[in-house]
Write a protein that binds this ligand. Structure first.
Ligand SMILES: O=C(O)[C@@H](CO)OP(=O)(O)O
Length: 400
């Protein structure tokens, strides 16, 4: 038996006026997901005590109680980047962002939390420049993927109340700037290093958003995630473009499979992810796979309705459909859990803590009818998992 989680990051949404008050899941054409004869339900993946980050929500979907094991987002990403954190280190997410030029730093606006989804190669040059100027015995910058990087603070502080930049798109940053002087100073000094860097001058000349500042958030200490195989008795793997999911997987002792051309956008390498999924399940002996697709979330943050619909449709057509077909052809019994981690509504361009819809399909125990996978149908099922981290155990142990 193979167990697969298809995680469409942020794909749940609210009713959208321009879609005739329907949601993305209502209008996206997803015949493969909808055609699966399975069970629908709702799950609360973000406990009331925590903020609706992908860190908290994905830990919960992977079966970990975030209230017990969550130590911050960046430390999980640091694991994927290959940073060996000391107990006294604090990891902080370092975005490359685009701020609107203003003399007074407080008056700048957060134009793009992703600096035009800058390429990893360009970003590496910029982070290396930042490290040369701002790195010292206390602070060290490590390049990651695209706009997502990491700062390690020796003997650093946590509880800094830093703001994720994707929560303040198009807003003046003044009131969201860090209260901690050291962190604030790093951010402000990065602007003068990056503003006229050749990489950015070239980007501007090509009409792209320059990565003219760093933005620090998501701090935390070394993570402590229970081994997945020990906990669930299944050897598992994760496939994702982003360091957060890779880092959770690696921290849990799972294999993290790198796929060339996996970008975390709607234009990711779906075929590459599919091929890796088939190989890991059918050839490499893994029984559990967490395949994460970031496209719907990115489109949600950018308020890009058509892109978000397309992202869901591509997951359906290029991952769910062919993966089910390959498992059937191989005569492999499988169970599939399809869900987002959290909603990323187009209207607010950021995450919400609302419960999310899920669908569970079992090839050896099909339901009588195939119910369309939408928020409304999932709510009407009457199945509600209040402690979302318990869903995975129910999925694996055939309790739903
Ligand atoms: O990685 C990030 O910076 C954010 C925004 O894309 O991701 P998520 O929305 O999944 O938390």
């Amino acid at each position: 038996m193979k167990y697969i989680v298809i995680l469409g990051d942020g794909m749940a949404d609210k009713n959208i006026p321009e879609l005739g008050n329907k949601t993305i899941l209502d209008v996206a054409k997803k015949p493969h997901i909808d055609g699966l004869k399975g069970v629908l339900g709702m799950a609360r993946t973000v406990p009331n005590e925590l903020k609706p980050g992908s860190d908290v929500a994905n830990l919960a979907v992977m079966g970990y109680d975030p209230l017990k094991c969550y130590t911050g987002r960046s430390p999980l990403e640091a694991v994927s980047i290959g940073i060996n954190m000391k107990e006294t280190d604090v990891a902080i997410r370092c975005n490359l962002v685009t701020l609107l030029d203003e003399e007074d730093p407080k008056k700048r606006t957060m134009l793009d939390y992703s600096a035009g989804e800058i390429s990893t190669e360009e970003a590496r040059e910029l982070i290396e420049a930042v490290e040369r100027e701002l790195g010292d015995d206390e602070f060290k910058f490590y390049p990651g993927i695209s706009y997502r990087h990491c700062l390690i603070w020796d003997n650093g502080k946590t509880g800094l109340d830093l703001t994720p930049p994707h929560d303040i798109s198009d807003r003046v940053i003044g009131e969201y700037l860090p209260k901690n002087d050291k962190i604030l100073s790093l951010m402000e000094r990065s602007y003068s290093i990056l503003k006229d860097h050749p990489v950015n001058l070239k980007r501007k000349s090509e009409g792209k958003n320059p990565a003219n500042s760093i933005w620090l958030w998501g701090e935390g200490t070394k993570p402590n995630v229970e081994n997945f195989e020990k906990k669930n008795g299944l050897k598992g793997a994760v496939i994702s473009a982003v360091d957060l999911i890779k880092g959770i997987g690696i921290s849990a002792g799972m294999e993290s499979i790198d796929v060339e051309g996996a970008t975390g956008t709607v234009d990711t390498n779906y075929e590459g992810k599919l091929a890796a999924a088939k190989k890991t399940l059918l050839e490499d002996g893994n029984d559990f796979l967490y395949i994460h697709l970031e496209g719907p979330d990115e489109c949600g943050h950018h308020g890009y309705t058509e892109g978000k619909i397309l992202a869901v449709e591509r997951i359906d057509e290029r991952v769910v459909g062919p993966l089910c077909e390959a498992l059937r052809e191989a005569n492999e019994d499988f169970a599939m859990l399809i869900m987002p981690d959290h909603p990323t509504p187009i209207e607010t361009k950021t995450h919400s803590s609302d419960p999310v819809p899920f669908k569970i399909y079992r090839s050896n125990n099909e339901a009588d009818v195939a119910i369309t996978y939408t928020e409304k149908n999932a709510k009407e099922s009457g199945i509600f998992i209040e402690e979302g981290y318990t869903l995975l155990e129910k999925f694996i142990n055939n309790k739903l």
